[in-house]
Design a protein around this ligand. Structure first.
Ligand code: ATP
Ligand code: MG
Length: 324
């Protein structure tokens, strides 16, 4: 049985990129019988944010989005990594297994630094991929459903698992990344849809807000709609979004819209998104009526993750001869 680990930063409500990038795969694998663990990566928010003040509501929104998307609250462990000390302790041996040069050349970290536009870069920004290795390896996950931006981090996790085995003996499996058919959905500005870039269409947005955001999406000067992700990334990302909602081939969707141009495409995408996500939005509203239950779920998940992390840390200490 696969052990699935995935997660998100509590920086705002989840968006369509999350859903088609990873969330749908998480739910699909869970329904097929895999054990699912979801990490609320709260320390990771501090890579590019100075304050933890807004964390509480963002954590609640994240758990709400998980449940709305169909994650089973009975069998899923949902936890915040700040609440699991034994997980965080894995960061120290893991950091000893990677070089500064490896951390510095991570392309996703470089891109995030460029978008953060801050005067200085914190140590956490460079080291969070190693922390993420602790998120993944503490529960010995075998499969990690992620978007494309996470591939360098997954590669680092695999390196850490292998190097740990070489140096101290086998404790961790080498996990595999799982990409979806939409590993890089673009936002309304034509760059990666991201919670913190102001370019996202939230899962929980209502039909009018969704229509407004899609109308504002960047396209190109081409009059005829085609599906060509390399030459026409913005238009193709919209076509793919409609195709995923309609469960159709993107080339066929583009051919249907064809001469309807950007306006026709946006109308089709809006209708498809609003119809596809209506049940999710209804579930979200229902779960939102009981915020106490969300926190209780998280407390339970924190306790379960702590038990798992303590067992793994004990194995790690034994492998490292740290038993006094
Ligand atoms: P932030 O702007 O705060 O970094 P984010 O939108 O990038 O937010 P994350 O919490 O960093 O979201 O990422 C959570 C997961 O969702 C990761 O596996 C990531 O690869 C995936 N993901 C995020 N954005 C997209 C996207 N636009 N397309 C596909 N997958 C995505
Ligand atoms: Mg991100």
């Amino acid at each position: 049985m696969d052990r699935i680990l995935s997660g998100d930063r509590p920086t705002g409500p989840l968006h369509l990129g999350h859903y088609f990038g990873t969330l749908q795969n998480r739910v699909r694998l869970q329904r097929a019988g895999a054990q699912l663990t979801l990490v609320v990566a709260d320390y990771q928010v501090l890579t590019d944010t100075d304050t933890a003040a807004r964390l509480g509501p963002a954590v609640d929104a994240l758990v709400l989005d998980y449940l709305a998307a169909g994650v089973d609250p009975e069998t899923t462990t949902i936890f915040a990594h700040s609440a699991v000390p034994a997980l965080n302790q894995l960061l120290l041996p893991f950091l000893s297994l990677v070089s500064v040069a490896e951390l510095e050349r991570n392309p996703t970290v470089k891109d995030e630094i460029a978008h953060a536009r801050r005067a200085s870069v914190s140590g956490l920004m460079f080291t969070y991929p190693a922390h993420q290795a602790a998120d993944i390896l503490f529960g010995k996950a075998t499969v990690v459903p992620v978007g494309q931006d996470q591939l360098p981090h997954l590669e680092l996790t695999r390196t850490i698992a292998r190097r740990f085995a070489d140096r101290y003996g086998p404790v961790f499996p080498v996990p595999a990344a799982l990409l979806s058919a939409a590993p890089l959905l673009l936002g309304t500005d034509g760059t990666k849809m991201s919670k913190s870039r102001g370019n996202a269409i939230p899962l929980g947005a209502d039909a009018d807000e969704t229509a407004r955001l899609i109308r504002s999406a960047k396209t190109d000067a081409g009059r005829h709609i085609t599906y060509d992700p390399v030459a026409r990334p913005e238009v193709s990302s919209l076509v793919l979004l409609a195709a995923l909602c309609l469960d159709r081939d993107p080339h066929a969707v583009a051919a249907d819209v064809g001469p309807g141009g950007a306006a026709g495409l946006k109308k089709l995408v809006t209708d498809a998104v609003n119809e596809y996500f209506a049940p999710l939005r209804a579930r979200r509203a229902a779960y939102a009526r009981d915020p106490g239950a969300l926190r209780a779920l998280l407390r339970d998940g924190n306790a379960r993750a702590t038990a798992v992390a303590e067992a793994t840390l004990a194995e790690v200490k034994t492998a490292m001869n740290m038993h006094y």
